[in-house]
Design a protein around this ligand. Structure first.
Ligand SMILES: Cc1cc2nc3c(=O)[nH]c(=O)nc-3n(C[C@H](O)[C@H](O)[C@H](O)COP(=O)(O)OP(=O)(O)OC[C@H]3O[C@@H](n4cnc5c(N)ncnc54)[C@H](O)[C@@H]3O)c2cc1C
Length: 489
């Protein structure tokens, strides 16, 4: 695969970025595309490694050595066909995936792994540029109907797969446009929304019906939906945000990250009526939470023109290298430094926010923290202990809470009598994605809890296979992970 000696000849290269001072002036993506010769060389680094552990690292089972080889041989259309065989939306994962495949790459044992994610993005972009991604409606319809509730990556993947099997699919989305967190969570500088729109156009041309601005459970009762469709798949995400219930949490200026990000994405989309404006302009911003959401708040704050941006993380600072107790090919918990972090944020680790401080008018003016340490005892989960004498006061007029999500909303579950786990993830077995109510399936973050785009697409695909089997009464021909057949783009 690739070029047998490629990994000895070429070093790993990734896309370069526009300088910080230029890119923070706008919300556009800021990667500088690689020359196709450079991408070919990166494909050449894929070794003929016998057992491609990258396959199992990828929740989609992407056929990575095969598309690397096609890229190395400049067979871009073939590469696009191979990639789309397992991934409905490589243009999303090629930009946004944390790339568990690269952590599992065999070359990564003692060298820099193959730049799989970048190659994936280049294949996807070439496919769109060359006009190879075209609507491919099913040859015939089955007469069965399926409702997809939620239009994030899991809903869109489920919809496309079910439509390919010939079912008439309607996607219901309560937001004004489809895309889920791709559209209203992730900022444009990581994913320009035209990238979602061009894919939605193809899905519509394939015959999928989109009904946006429709909140299932409120505008249409979930049990009415059940009467109208032969199968339902819930792809509503894990939308319940984690709070920080400490003194001062109700001050003006303590804001949930998702309110900040969703409002900004709508502003970038040209929407004027946004309610009370949440801006970081000229402010000392503290982002509490060190994950992707926190990182997106940092990049957005810099683009607003914040005075300063600090990022607090309660976990201890990791190392950029793979920790010794998390060996290859497992996913390691290393220190991740995003492009937004590099735009000038100061990061603080092992820090806990104790209270928010306000002025007499109820405006946030500062906050108080302590340092914490994580006590590890063998066989037990680490516990948190405050370090005495480390209390510190910080100036802050905007605190963004990026503390993750606790689970999914329960309205639909209650209307349909669905069972949920204690975290409010709706219960559906990974064996067939069906809930305790026959004909009602669940996929994505609503089933597995807060996760990743690549998992959402994988879940949507897997669920579609089982829904098709349920609808037709015979084993579905839609691929499951690991089938590795090569259907149309
Ligand atoms: C700020 C942020 C940044 C992230 N960055 C990354 C990243 O860089 N890489 C990565 O891999 N992952 C990232 N993630 C995680 C990733 O976005 C999610 O795991 C993924 O979007 C989950 O997909 P989903 O389809 O399950 O749900 P979602 O994308 O959450 O979509 C659910 C959709 O269902 C709709 N919905 C819910 N209930 C109803 C209802 N009753 N009626 C109608 N519609 C309904 C919602 O409005 C929403 O549009 C990020 C998450 C956040 C919040």
């Amino acid at each position: 695969m690739g070029k047998t000696t490629g990994f000895l000849e070429f070093d790993r290269q990734v896309e370069k970025y526009e300088p910080v001072e230029d890119r923070i002036k706008n919300y556009k993506e800021f990667t500088i595309p690689m020359e196709s010769k450079e991408v070919k060389e990166q494909g050449a680094r894929c070794m003929d490694c016998g057992i491609p552990f990258c396959h199992s690292g990828c929740p989609l089972g992407n056929l990575i050595p095969d598309f690397n080889d096609a890229v190395y041989n400049a067979k871009w259309e073939k590469a696009a066909t191979i990639l789309h065989a397992t991934n409905n939306f490589p243009e999303f994962t090629g930009r946004l995936c944390p790339a568990p495949c690269e952590e599992a790459c065999v070359l990564g044992i003692n060298e820099d792994p193959v730049t799989i994610e970048n190659i994936e993005k280049n294949i996807a972009e070439t496919a769109f540029e060359k006009g190879w991604v075209v609507a491919n409606p099913p040859a015939e319809r089955t007469g069965k109907t399926a409702a997809v509730v939620g239009s994030g990556p899991s809903g869109l993947a489920a919809a496309q797969q079910l439509n390919r099997a010939g079912h008439l699919v309607t996607v219901f989305e309560r937001d004004e446009k489809a895309g889920g967190l791709l559209r209203y969570g992730i900022p444009d500088f990581k994913l320009e929304k035209s990238v979602i729109d061009r894919r939605l156009k193809v899905l519509e041309e394939e015959g999928i019906i989109f009904k946006t601005g429709v909140h299932i459970g409120i505008d249409i009762k979930a049990d009415d939906l059940k009467k109208d469709f032969d199968a339902i798949v819930l792809c509503g995400g894990a939308t319940v945000r984690r709070n920080l219930p400490i003194e001062g949490a109700d001050l003006k200026g303590v804001v949930q990250a998702m309110d900040f990000l969703a409002q900004n994405n709508r502003r970038v989309d040209g929407i004027k009526d946004l309610g009370e404006e949440i801006k970081a302009t000229g402010k000392d911003v503290v982002v509490i939470g060190g994950g992707d959401t926190g990182s997106d708040c940092i990049g957005t704050s810099f683009r607003h023109g914040a005075n300063s941006v600090s990022n607090f993380e309660i976990m201890a600072k990791g190392t950029p290298e793979r920790p010794a107790d998390q060996p290859w090919p497992f996913w390691p918990m290393r220190l991740k430094t995003s492009t937004s972090h590099k735009e000038g944020a100061e990061r603080f680790f092992s820090i806990s926010t104790k209270k928010f401080l306000g002025d007499k008018d109820g405006n946030l003016k500062g906050l108080v923290t302590t340092q914490v340490e994580w006590i590890k005892k063998s066989g037990q989960r680490p516990t948190l202990k405050e370090v005495e004498g480390t209390e510190k006061e910080w100036k802050c007029d905007l605190a963004l809470l990026a503390l993750g999500f606790t689970g999914s909303e329960m309205t639909i579950a209650e209307q349909l009598g669905l069972e949920a786990d204690p975290r409010t993830n709706i219960k559906a077995s990974a064996k067939n994605y069906m809930s305790n109510v026959p004909g009602v399936f669940v996929a994505g973050d609503q089933r597995r809890g807060q996760s990743l785009i690549v998992w959402a697409i994988s879940e949507g695909r897997q669920a579609a296979h089982h829904i098709d089997t349920y609808l037709m009464g015979t084993k579905s021909e839609l691929p499951l992970k690991g089938d590795g057949d090569l259907p149309r783009i």
